[in-house]
Design a protein around this ligand. Structure first.
Ligand SMILES: *Cc1c(COP(=O)(O)O)cnc(C)c1O
Length: 381
């Protein structure tokens, strides 16, 4: 019996090192990592910029409390908000924590309690974030949950218009539901949300924990919609592998998070700031983001060559792509692993592709060639 709790369905391989898109297990077998630690390793494994940032900052100062000034936090905040309509940032250690901060800020600012979220969404595992999540399997057995959240069908403008009343503090959503099946927001739904928020003074919280930091080919995915979020939450790709979360918000929210209102011991420590600044230094670059878009076009075109049209549906943006299959995909993912390609599911019948943003064309071709034999077998099963 394991000394660990059994809360993860772990795959029976032990990865011991990685470089770029490649990882190697304890038996010396190598794999193409198209999970990136679930959209975390923006620059791939052991990127020299990340390794250097950790080394240099850890020799100087790893941790100092939020009792003291932090030019490192100021600098990262500035990079995150530059060129956007956002004005302030708060740093924490994970995605769920970023969402907790967003939920608290929205309630405090509006003095209202209802937050509308959507089916198939995923916002994290802490109590607030779990209650916000629109998937029963995440919440089952943990009730009673926070009554704050009203969960509506995603991309259903009519249901949303019906549900909005004076008690609503905020609407909270992902631009692409990553865990829930790589489901993209439709332009029509984004338009409805935009109007409702303006008309009724409702705050818009966009959870970009998976879609942010260049993953979809722009700094943030909301830029590709008409939405102007009041609050944005970030984590995963922000630290390039180092744990960090962030919430950024507009100027009008500043007064609602005064001294003592919210905080964290580890959040915003100089080491996390240095690594995230190094990551952003690479990713928030016009050419880098253009390349992500080009890589996406390349990967999509290669996938289209091997996927018979009526059997599969390609979803997503940038390097957050999903192949929706007619059947459950667990066995395809396992066979891919045996053939040297690491993938992750989204929902029960979507294969999710999340390579590092630094993936090469050659690696994408290799991955597609591994996939091609498997999906064709699956098709004729
Ligand atoms: C992963 C994820 C979270 C939770 O982040 P943790 O760091 O695991 O707490 C929240 N929202 C979205 C969209 C995510 O993909």
């Amino acid at each position: 019996m394991s000394a660990l709790f059994n809360n993860y369905a772990r795959r029976p391989i032990h990865i011991v090192k990685g470089s770029g898109t490649t990882v190697i297990d304890d038996k010396g077998k190598s794999y193409l990592d198209f999970t990136s630690g679930i959209a975390v390793l923006s620059l791939g494994h052991s990127h020299p910029v990340i390794v250097n940032a950790i080394q240099e900052q850890s020799e100087k100062l790893m941790h100092i409390s939020n009792l003291f000034e932090s030019p490192e936090q100021e600098q990262l905040a500035q990079s995150l908000i530059e060129g956007t309509h956002f004005a302030h940032a708060f740093f924490c250690n994970s995605g769920a924590e970023a969402n907790e901060a967003a939920i608290k800020l929205a309630r405090k600012h509006t003095s209202k309690s209802t937050i509308i979220t959507f089916e198939q969404s995923f916002h994290g595992r802490t109590f607030g974030a779990m209650s916000a999540t629109g998937q029963d399997k995440v919440k089952s057995g943990f009730g009673p949950l926070l009554q704050t959240f009203k969960t509506l069908p995603f991309n259903d403008s009519h249901a949303l218009e019906e549900a909005v009343d004076d008690s609503v503090a905020a609407i909270m959503l992902e631009i692409i539901q990553g865990e829930g099946g790589v489901n993209e927001i439709t332009p029509e739904f984004a338009a409805t949300i935009s109007c409702l928020c303006k008309e009724k003074g409702i705050l818009l919280i966009v959870d970009e924990i998976q879609t942010g930091i260049g993953r979809t080919g722009t700094k943030y995915a909301y830029e590709q919609t008409i939405l102007q979020p009041d609050i944005l939450t970030l984590a995963k790709g922000l630290g390039g592998g180092f744990p960090i979360g962030a919430m950024i918000g507009t100027a009008k929210l500043y007064e609602s998070f005064g001294p003592g209102s919210h905080g964290t011991t580890f959040g915003g420590n100089p080491l996390a700031m240095a690594v995230a600044s190094a990551t952003i230094g690479q990713v928030f670059n016009k050419q880098f983001l253009e390349d992500v878009k080009k890589k996406s076009v390349f990967l999509v075109s290669k996938l289209c060559e091997i996927l018979p049209e009526n059997q599969f549906e390609l979803r997503g943006k940038g390097l957050l792509l999903g192949i929706k299959c007619k059947e459950e995909v667990a066995s395809i993912i396992q066979q891919a692993e045996e053939n040297g390609l690491l993938l992750v599911q989204a929902g029960s019948n979507v294969i999710r592709l999340l390579p590092p943003l630094t993936v090469t064309e050659e690696e994408m071709e290799q991955a597609v060639s591994i996939l091609s034999s498997l999906v064709l077998t699956a098709q004729y099963k």
